[in-house]
Design a protein around this ligand. Structure first.
Ligand code: SF4
Length: 332
């Protein structure tokens, strides 16, 4: 079985007490069954505390949040479970975060989550999008549509080549990505689209773009689930838009890597490409320091499945997300 991961994947190290926005803040960590059983069986002070803070919510066991943070988080920024029992005693969620696993049965793709500050730093510093492929034991027969997956893999390669092409600025590359999403969707649907001509498309974009304001997108984001008051404040009072630096290629590459192949589940690629473009636009127009804004965006949006679903739905339905408006904002 092939396992693919970004070249930076194995360099990740949790910066623990030096982390500016710990994963132990704000999230109610879901605790797996084996860990729950182990924690509840522990003797002494730590066991008593764990029995106090593990609660049942919607059929899952969750660590309650106290004062906006995990009750196992110590004053020194370290985890009490890890400090007293070692790394292996952490529950699955904490052991794995921020590592992402996309397991398709006969192949696996690994990545890091943008919602971790240290992972965000590595993702944005990744200038060449290098991948490592290893052969691993295990795996199962493919349980997806293999023809669709082949199309998605081939079109993703082309999408990534557009993002990396130095002939186009990062925002031009994102505009091309948006338009190419429709072409790739046609191929996925079994149609034969005309040849994709990036230069011609860039010429045509100026004619189709329709005036739009990033603030209208922020108003939509205010209707989503909001984790922290600071995020609501950012949406109300964004900073100056960021320049379209080369790091936006890395950011877009991260979104492509995370969402493109997921379309094999429902054959809907266009809404995911729009999610990628909308995400870059929101981060760019919120301003601030890019890595910090991208990390906060991911924590608020990507780590909440309801928020992601709401954007995927709105990508088709909400007038603020029409292609002409997104293309206009990509030209600013
Ligand atoms: S968010 Fe990342 S760097 Fe920060 S504590 Fe969690 S895993 Fe470590």
């Amino acid at each position: 079985m092939k396992v693919t991961k970004p070249t930076y994947f194995d360099t990740f190290r949790c910066i623990a007490s030096a982390c500016p926005d710990s994963c132990c803040q704000e999230w109610g960590v879901q605790v797996d069954e084996a860990s729950t059983e182990f924690y509840r069986s522990l003797p002494g002070d730590l066991g008593d505390r764990l029995r106090q803070v593990l609660v049942e919510e919607d059929g899952e066991t969750v660590m309650t949040i106290e004062n906006r943070r995990c009750p196992m988080w110590r004053q020194d920024g370290l985890c009490r479970i890890q400090a007293e029992l070692g790394h292996d005693a952490l529950c699955k969620t904490c052991r794995e975060f921020p590592r992402l696993t996309h397991d398709y049965g006969d192949f696996v793709e690994l990545g890091l989550e943008l919602s971790c500050p240290e992972a965000a730093r590595l993702i944005l510093a990744d200038v060449d999008g290098g991948q490592v492929v290893i052969e691993a034991d295990g795996g199962e027969p493919a349980d997806y549509d293999t023809d669709a997956m082949a199309v998605l893999k081939a079109t993703r390669e082309y999408a990534l080549s557009l993002l990396d092409d130095p002939a186009y600025t990062p925002n031009q590359a994102l505009a091309l990505l948006l338009v190419y999403g429709y072409q790739a969707q046609q191929i996925l649907d079994g149609d034969e689209p005309p040849e994709f001509d990036p230069d011609l498309i860039l010429e045509q974009i100026a004619d189709v773009a329709k005036p739009a304001k990033a603030e209208d997108i922020f108003r939509f984001f205010e209707t989503l689930e909001i984790l922290t008051p600071q995020w609501a404040e950012r949406l109300q009072n964004p900073g100056a838009p960021l320049p379209w630096t080369e790091e936006f290629r890395s950011l877009a590459r991260y979104f492509v890597g995370r969402y493109w192949l997921q379309s094999v589940s429902d054959y809907d690629l266009v809404c995911r490409v729009k999610l990628m473009v909308i995400s870059c636009l929101v981060i760019r127009n919120l301003g601030g320091e890019l890595a910090q804004t991208a990390q906060r965006y991911s924590k608020e949006i990507e780590n909440d499945a309801d928020n992601v679903d709401a954007i995927l739905d709105a990508a088709y339905e909400n007038p603020v997300f029409t292609d002409d408006r997104l293309l206009y904002l990509l030209q600013r």
